[in-house]
Design a protein around this ligand. Structure first.
Ligand code: SRM
Ligand code: SF4
Length: 598
């Protein structure tokens, strides 16, 4: 079959319908076509194959071990106990575990073709949705994880929900394919726990999508909301970042940043990570309209011929920030826009452990290694633990942007019961476990065996690397230092490695590029320090830099500040300087043969 472009596939899909239903209904097909897979992403699922089995199956001349990844989305990571239990139950149709994602979603891997419809149907009946979790649309909107009860947290959560609503794609295809056409408000949809997005999905009109038209966006689009000084959502990595400004205890408006994004390809100089830049300030009542103006500017001006350069970050670069702003403002007639306010963040870390919500109740942020909710044979029984908390205490959860899990709305008298269930399943509070501060926030993307783009291991190896790095941190007296380590199995940047203090980026089996010099505040890009290191070399090289830090730091100086003082110009480098540095360094690599990701 000749390969149609993604743009053509979307254009001819009749509202993202294509042949998805027919191909899933055909038991003779072991897997779906590439065209259907492009469309399926917009429905929140990817076709994958088990890469651990690929070589053996190919040797035996057998078909690949096909299965599907399903991504559920929920603004700000909010999940009720019932929704959690439905996902827990669906694990039996998957690889027996779920993966919390670093955009506050939940992924199931390994669902077989014949079971996908039931899984998506059940996710929707839980009140969550997979609609728009992937694909060329606005993805899950991220928001501050901490369930603090004040006006600003209430407003940011409300905003994530308003954005999710506004940018949901509209077509009857989702309900027809996965919900047997349940369009006329069936009873289950009246449950107040049902996310309004699911409700919309069942009553979407036929015809072109009011925001996305026939061809949707040129590329994925990501939005996150952060409350200063906590940058848990990594606001500068988002296509659109939103930061509230509070006057007399109420949110007056939001500063909007644009053009963040981390995907790049090794050695391809037209691709690179960018941090978002402040665009404008909008009053609260106008914020969603202002975001829509950014989204439609990208829809109309984004690159639709080269997908590698189609993200908003490249549109902002090619139009220039001022040109981009002028176009956004032109799309907001009669709406006042003001210069952006200054932004200051302290950290991207989660506040692990027990805390007060501010309304007499408590929340507990539990460290989940690499976000994988699984019962480990010789380790924490995360899956059974959280299922028991949901079942017996009916407490809601929040998925954090660092793939940890918050148990929320805990009454003081329930605290002991929560602690007892955690302890019973070997899920230890990070402080009691004696983790280094670096370990508490270290994250790796999924990579092998499910990710089709992985060039190396990531989730399965970072804990082992961190064991060795922890040893150095302890020996050097740096166990409590805020240092951000992140890893990915390819340069696409899912684990957000490019603004970490240390980012390890896979380029081939057991080979990683090492980036150094981002910041735990999430507001600076790292530069390429080593082009290619083996897994064994990484802890050694990290240690050498940590030793330099220990010897050369000023009193109280954190790693990020030491690095910018000593390794760069002496002043905190601007993002632009890092882009140049990255490009210069990448230029040196360009002549060399390196593995590449899609
Ligand atoms: Fe990602 C593609 C996993 C957050 C940049 N990402 C993928 C796919 C779907 C692989 C594929 O296209 O076949 C991965 C599925 C692996 C698997 O088996 O589960 C995948 N990305 C993830 C997750 C699960 C990683 C994690 O550790 O949690 C995250 C899911 C978030 C969610 O719930 O939506 C995830 N991905 C990110 C982030 C971080 C973020 O959004 O905050 C980034 C960098 C920010 C950005 O978008 O620029 C990211 N993913 C990418 C890219 C590169 C995009 C680009 O502009 O070039 C790809 C590849 C692509 O789109 O072509 C990709
Ligand atoms: Fe896969 Fe690469 Fe994303 Fe890791 S960074 S999940 S290897 S696409």
């Amino acid at each position: 079959m000749s390969k149609a472009s993604v743009e053509d596939i979307k254009l001819e899909s009749h509202g993202l319908r294509g042949q998805i239903a027919e191909e899933f209904a055909d038991p003779a097909l072991s897997h779906i076509s590439d065209e259907s897979n492009v469309l399926l992403k917009h429905h929140g699922s990817y076709q994958q194959d088990n890469r651990d089995l690929r070589a053996q199956l190919s040797k035996e001349k057998k078909d690949k071990a096909w299965s599907f990844m399903i991504r559920s989305k929920m603004p700000g990571g909010r999940v009720t106990a019932k929704q959690w239990l439905i996902h827990d139950d669906l694990c039996t149709k998957a690889f027996g575990n779920v993966r919390l994602t670093n955009r506050q979603g939940i992924q199931l891997h390994g669902v077989l073709k014949g079971g996908l419809k039931e899984v998506i149907h059940n996710v929707c009946h839980s009140g969550l949705s997979t609609m728009g979790a992937c694909g060329d649309v606005v993805r899950n909107t991220m928001g501050p994880a901490a369930p603090v009860k004040d006006a600003v947290h209430a407003d940011t959560q409300k905003l994530t929900e308003e954005i999710s609503q506004r940018f949901l794609w509209r077509s009857q295809a989702y309900a027809d394919i996965w919900l047997d056409g349940e369009k006329l408000e069936p009873d289950w949809i009246k449950d107040p726990e049902v996310n309004p997005a699911v409700r919309e999905a069942t009553k979407a009109p036929e015809g072109d999508d009011p925001i996305y038209g026939k061809v949707y966006l040129p590329r994925k689009f990501k939005i996150g909301v952060a409350i200063q000084p906590c940058n848990d959502v990594d606001v500068f990595s988002q296509d659109v970042g939103l930061v509230p400004h509070v006057v007399n205890g109420e949110v007056e408006g939001y500063t909007i940043t644009v053009g963040g994004g981390f995907g790049m390809s090794h050695g391809q100089l037209t691709t690179r990570p960018f941090l978002g830049q402040p665009l404008l300030y909008a009053k609260r009542a106008n914020v969603v309209d202002a975001v829509e103006a950014v989204v439609t500017t990208q829809r109309d001006h984004g690159n639709r011929t080269e997908r590698k350069n189609a993200r908003l970050k490249y549109t902002v670069q090619s139009m220039g920030l001022d040109g981009f702003r002028a176009e956004v403002v032109r799309r907001l007639p009669g709406i006042e826009t003001l210069p952006p306010k200054e932004l200051h963040f302290d950290t991207v870390e989660d506040n692990l452990g027990w805390h007060e919500q501010g309304d007499g109740k408590l929340y507990c942020c539990v460290h989940v290694s690499m976000g994988r909710i699984v019962d480990r044979e010789n380790g924490p029984q995360y899956r059974s633990c959280f299922a028991e908390i949901a079942r017996t205490l009916d407490l809601p959860f929040i998925v954090t942007p660092n793939t940890n899990l918050i148990i929320a709305e805990v009454k003081p008298e329930q605290k002991a019961a929560v602690d007892a269930i955690l302890a019973k399943h070997g899920v230890v509070h990070a402080d009691e476990a004696g983790f280094t501060r670096a370990r508490k926030v270290a994250h790796a993307c999924v990579a092998l065996p499910t990710c089709g783009l992985a060039l190396s291991e990531s989730e399965r190896v970072l804990p082992g690397f961190m064991d060795k790095i922890d040893e150095s941190l302890r020996q050097l007296g740096l166990a409590d230092e805020p240092i951000l380590f992140r890893m990915t199995g390819c340069p696409n940047g899912c684990g957000r490695p490019y603004n970490a203090d240390f980012g390890f980026v896979g380029r081939a089996p057991n080979k990683y590029a090492m980036f150094v010099g981002g910041s735990i505040r999430g507001d600076r890009l790292a530069g390429l320090e080593f082009k290619s290191l083996t897994g064994d070399e990484i802890p050694v090289k990290v240690r050498a830099i940590l030793e330099e830090f220990k010897a050369g730091r000023n009193e109280g100086e954190i790693f990020a500040d030491w690095f910018s003082r000593t390794r760069t110009t002496g002043e905190a480098p601007t993002p632009e300087q890092f882009h140049i540095e990255l490009a210069e360094r990448a230029a040196k690599l360009a002549g060399e043969k390196v593995a590449e990701a899609g």
